[in-house]
Design a protein. Sequence first.
Length: 252
Amino acid sequence: MNSTGNTILVTGSTSGIGLGLALRLHKAGNTIIIAGRRKALLDKIVSEHPGIESVLLDVCDPHSIQRTSEALAVSHPNLNVLINNAGIMQWEDLTEPKNLSTAEAIVTTNLLGTIRMVYAFIPQLIKQPSATIINVSSALAFVPLPATPTYSATKAAVHSFTQSLRVQLEASPVEVIELAPPGVRTTLLGQENDEHAMPLDEFLDEIFELFEISPTPQELIVERAKPLRFAEASGSHNEILNMLAGYKPPAE
């Protein structure tokens, strides 16, 4: 992926990793379109960062995705990078039937949202001389956090989907990249002050060092995420899984 001169759509970009990526990519000389469901928050970010654009988008709604893809094909025909970052993460007790609706919402957002975005935007991306799809998975795609089973499962599915997408687009101008973060200090699951999570700026610094590698690695894995990413190969999967099993939701 070229580091500058792109037109980039970032979903889930009103906070956390998505907003961090958007701001740094904008500073690097790219046209950035942030996307989210809350217009007031989008407007606030745009007003604070002149040059950034926004679009209302709900990745849980296939009609919203289709409308957005059709509108951007007209307003931004040079759009050549899609970053599928939108996602939700919730604690789940699988013995409680009431949590099924939570699980279904996670699947709709994290997995179906990513798949629907890819289907909607490939027709535009494939027309570009050079284009990129970045799907954000998680280190938990490789060793699950048992207290967040559906989140971990959706990220494993995003990893698998991204591999297949890369193979299918191999002969096209579209490169496919997976970004698999470790725990990062964001509002996701209330990790803002979690001393075990990676500071957001440190995470972004390392990711942008990886962006500078040519060609861009197919998987963007920071050092903190490598123990989980390569747990199966190193033989440490069960050890790490048992460690993560001790990580419990905070008492209400």
